[in-house]
Design a protein around this ligand. Structure first.
Ligand code: 6R9
Length: 673
């Protein structure tokens, strides 16, 4: 199934596609796609890069020494003397005898270094309101919020749920928790009352921080009613803190307190306490293939070391001059590591945008880049493909000359989307860093270094310095260059998940039982002839056609390389003769007209790009694709459609009407030659 975040704990159990059996067969993933384009780093960027090629050598010679050095980029109350304790694998301890305060590292130390006047956050509300928050102001806000949480009875070791829109208070709330040693559990602001309730229960959260609402597609959208509904199911939630954002009418309960009141009466002084490096920092829920979301636990010192280092290395952040913008929601791991902890620990100036890319117009992102002079941009392939569909003329209207590094995360980026990003947004001069990582890995694992790597469209390329990743076959043997199989991580890394909250056994079973001593990421991957890694999508999505494992990603990329296609989602549907047959759903680019002739062209196009085995049996032009709220395509639902089955759980879809639209397309399905 597509990797998504299920709305409720316990609900949404997925079953394997009938007839498909175990898609991880003895046939390793076929290596079909060829990509010859290469792009050298710009000379000036390479010359001044934060991290140069030596880092790989240095980390290879002494991996733990390398991470110990990166840990010294942080400010410790007690410097660690131990780097890694791996005496009880896979339960790692990093920097175990060190002590630090994560919020101090993200806030106070920049003020102490004389940078209190630097803007930490340029907030841009969807309606066009804006607010600049300096590091000195951030320190006051976080300190007041920390004092407020203490007044409400939150203590070190407690859990606080956060359910907020993309507003500065979300950052303040997370850092306030970190400051007092309470773990936050951020629940994405689009989730239902059931999802909130399940997460409150699983983590036993004592306080919930929410808002009346947020702005979404030009309208206030309420948040508090869902929290009220969820909280009413327990007597364990002591307080609900409510940020006033939209001013809409809300019901008020005894346990509710206004954020502005409870923080407004606090001192702006709060002395951060130092916590053990292994003190819990946050829990973030991610779905499993079997329904119940997993509470991924991250701790302090190792997590911050890697979030901070990778942000510095992969974005080449120059905090004095760069303006960074990550468009992810704070409710996803990307928002945690690359809006809050990575950039702020590095003293970055960043943009925080509340709304959607097409409100009030389809150029909103580029208008924001122009307004703030954004130099480092981090977004997702789904957004890039949407911009491709909207047309090249939209970004062309804005001044994007401030950009210098472009990042991608969340899904494999198709080579054509990569090229579009490079040409239309980066104007051919910005390196693209395709960053592979997961909620579980906490921080980036496989990505180019912008001043070092000769980039290849569509490949995340190689493990970052200090990270060990490879591709193995079914038996766990490393595949040779040119081979395909499953991505594994072969050595522990500082920001690795420590366990699944309350369920060590599930942690072992999910990640560590498939290959002895290796972390199983659940993604298909291949190595090219240079040994560079290409991600091929979730293992559960891999198709088995006439005995060959074929990746959805490669077929999708071949489709997107056709000038008429903006986006594609491919699934394997049960088929009497071939086991599974490839069915492709495609969104056409603005100008392309749907016709039988085009469908035939697209099928042939894939056949000639990848070989006859990968030629889709059916190609269905559709207006939209089902996506999770973090933008990942939900292929599981498309499989249901392709196999004429009742749809499975649709609660994680951004827009469930999409499925009705797609279903109406089925009769016009074009079939085989
Ligand atoms: C950071 C994040 C993790 C899964 C991961 C993989 C996919 C993420 C990717 C990518 C190819 C990339 N994924 N980045 N696939 N190339 N650059 O997205 O975390 O929400 O936990 O999802 O996303 O399938 O296993 P998370």
């Amino acid at each position: 199934m597509a990797r998504d975040t299920t709305d409720t704990l316990g609900a949404g159990t997925d079953t394997a596609t009938p007839g498909e059996g175990d898609v991880v067969s003895n046939e390793s993933l076929a290596n079909l796609l060829r990509e010859e384009r290469r792009f050298a780093p710009p000379a000036d960027l390479a010359a001044a890069a934060n991290v140069k090629a030596e880092a790989y050598e240095q980390a290879k010679a002494d991996r733990l020494g390398f991470w110990a050095e990166q840990a010294r980029r942080l400010t410790w109350a007690t410097e660690p003397t131990e780097t890694l304790d791996w005496s009880n694998p896979p339960f790692a301890k990093w920097f175990a005898d060190g002590e630090l305060n994560v919020a101090y590292n993200c806030v106070d130390r920049h003020v102490e270094a004389g940078n209190g006047g630097r803007v930490a956050i340029h907030f841009e509300g969807e309606p066009g309101d804006s607010r600049a928050i300096t590091y000195a102001e951030l320190k006051d806000e976080v300190s007041r919020a920390a004092n407020a949480l203490l007044e409400l009875g939150v203590r070190k070791g407690d859990r606080v749920a956060v359910y907020l829109p993309m507003i500065p208070e979300a950052v303040f709330a997370m850092l306030a928790c970190a400051r007092i040693g309470a773990a936050h559990s951020v629940v994405f602001g689009g989730f239902s009352a059931d999802a909130i309730a399940a997460r409150i229960a699983d983590a036993d959260a004592k306080v919930v921080i929410t808002s009346d609402g947020g702005y979404r597609r030009g309208k206030p959208s309420a948040l508090k009613p869902a929290v009220d509904d969820a909280v009413a199911r327990f007597d364990t939630v002591e307080h609900v803190v409510v940020v006033r954002r939209t001013g809409q009418d809300i019901a008020w309960n005894d346990r509710d307190v206004w954020w502005h009141e409870v923080t407004g009466r606090q001192s702006a002084e709060h002395t951060p306490e130092a916590f053990d490096a292994e003190h819990p920092l946050f829990i973030l829920y991610t779905s499993g293939t079997t329904g119940k979301p997993k509470g991924i636990l991250h701790t302090s010192g190792g997590y911050l070391t890697q979030a901070s280092y990778t942000h510095h290395a992969v974005f080449d952040l120059k905090p004095e001059t760069d303006v960074y913008w990550c468009t992810a929601d704070i409710g996803w791991v990307t928002g945690h590591s690359y809006i809050v902890y990575g950039p702020l620990s590095n003293g970055a100036t960043q943009v925080l945008y509340e709304g959607t890319p097409d409100t009030p117009h389809q150029g909103r992102f580029w208008e924001i880049v122009q307004k703030y002079g954004v130099s480092l941009l981090y977004t997702a392939p789904t957004a890039i493909r949407t911009f491709m569909k909207w047309g090249d003329d939209i970004p062309a209207k804005f001044d994007l000359s401030s950009l210098r590094v472009l990042g991608s995360v969340g899904e494999p980026i198709n080579p054509e989307a990569w090229m579009w990003y490079r040409e239309n947004i980066g104007k051919g001069k910005c390196p693209i860093v395709d960053t592979w990582w997961q909620t579980e890995t906490g921080a980036m694992m496989i990505a180019p270094l912008p001043g070092v790597t000769h980039t290849k469209p569509g490949s995340a390329q190689r493990a970052l310095p200090g990270i060990s990743a490879t591709v193995v076959d079914d038996e766990g043997h490393e595949v040779p260059d040119g081979g395909g199989g499953y991505l594994v991580l072969t050595e522990p890394w500082p920001s690795m998940l420590r366990t699944i909250w309350g369920d060590d056994q599930r942690f072992l079973d999910t990640y560590w039982s498939r290959y002895e001593g290796k972390y199983f990421a659940g993604d298909g991957a291949k190595k090219d002839d240079d040994g560079d890694i290409w991600l091929l999508g979730r293992v559960d999505d891999v198709m088995l056609v006439s005995g060959h494992n074929i990746s959805t990603t490669e077929v999708e990329s071949a489709l997107v390389s056709h000038p008429s296609v903006a986006e594609a989602a491919v699934v394997g549907a049960a088929d009497e003769t071939t086991g599974q047959a490839i069915v492709a759903f495609v969104i056409l680019r603005g100008t392309a007209a749907e016709s039988d002739d085009l469908v035939a062209q697209l099928r042939n196009h894939v056949g000639s790009a990848l070989g006859p085995i990968a030629k889709p049996k059916r190609v269905l032009p559709v207006a939209e694709l089902p996506k999770t709220r973090s933008g990942k395509i939900m292929r599981r639902l498309l499989r249901d459609i392709a196999e004429n089955r009742e749809l499975g759980d649709v609660s994680t879809l951004t827009d469930s009407s999409v499925m009705d639209l797609i279903q109406t397309k089925l009769p016009s399905a074009s079939s085989e030659d």
